[in-house]
Design a protein around this ligand. Structure first.
Ligand SMILES: Nc1nc2c(ncn2[C@@H]2O[C@H](COP(=O)(O)OP(=O)(O)OP(=O)(O)O)[C@@H](O)[C@H]2O)c(=O)[nH]1
Ligand SMILES: [Zn+2]
Length: 203
């Protein structure tokens, strides 16, 4: 996969001023962004979030998942430390795309869980490919990462790419009555690590 750096600009947010870096996946034309704050190209590990696109959760206020709350929480944590990066990857629906995610939601409305729904549609439970991260991380001069995630597969994916992960930081937020089953399935079938049952952050 070839990744092309395109341009960077300022992005003021509710949490502070970020720098937005645009990248293009040459083969597919997919556009990815990184929001960064502070100097990333030093020896200190970078506080980072690898966030998979979720139009419904990130932009349309959906309570079916925890994505929107996790995104906001990541920006808040980075702004609090004054240094870090959110990799916003266009891997909608764990890589199956928005319209297939709506098909999966329909199956879930009829009783399937998030993994069963993907499988009934002929997809794997998680179709994401993290290899696009390596050229982006290298471009930004990041040497090692403290990763905000509950998903140990993301840590392994980075390590498999040769990226040092010095720490996994639990990243729980956004539990609500509409996503309780969804979060239970992530814990039970996808190996996500949750510290407690109410989803609140322990720190
Ligand atoms: N196929 C499918 N994708 C979903 C569903 N709900 C959320 N997603 C997608 O899942 C992705 C987020 O993955 P999650 O499994 O919630 O979390 P994660 O990124 O693996 O782990 P964390 O770093 O802990 O948040 C986003 O791309 C969402 O669009 C669903 O029911 N079906
Ligand atoms: Zn979501």
């Amino acid at each position: 996969m070839t990744i092309r750096y395109v341009e960077s600009s300022k992005l003021p947010t509710s949490w502070g001023m970020f720098e937005m870096h645009g990248f293009e996946e040459v083969e597919t034309g997919k556009e990815h962004v990184v929001l960064s704050m502070g100097d990333l190209d030093t020896d200190a590990p970078v506080l980072a979030r690898i966030h998979s696109e979720c139009l419904t959760g990130d932009a349309l206020f959906s309570l079916r998942c925890d994505c929107g709350a996790q995104l906001q929480h990541a920006l808040h944590r980075i702004a609090t430390e004054g240094r870090g990066a959110v990799f916003y990857l266009r891997q909608e629906g764990r890589g199956i795309g928005l319209l297939n995610k709506i098909r999966a939601y329909k199956l879930q409305d009829c009783g399937a869980d998030t993994v069963e729904a993907n499988e009934r549609l002929g997809f794997g439970a998680d179709m994401r490919d993290y290899s696009i991260l390596k050229p982006m991380i290298d471009h930004l001069g990041i040497k090692s990462i403290r990763l905000m995630t509950n998903n140990p597969r993301k840590v392994k994916a980075l390590q498999d790419l040769g990226v040092e992960v010095t720490e996994r930081l639990p990243h729980q937020s956004g539990r609500n009555p509409h996503n309780t089953n969804y979060l239970s399935t992530k814990k039970g079938k996808l190996g996500h690590l949750f510290d407690d049952e109410d989803g609140s952050e322990r720190s």
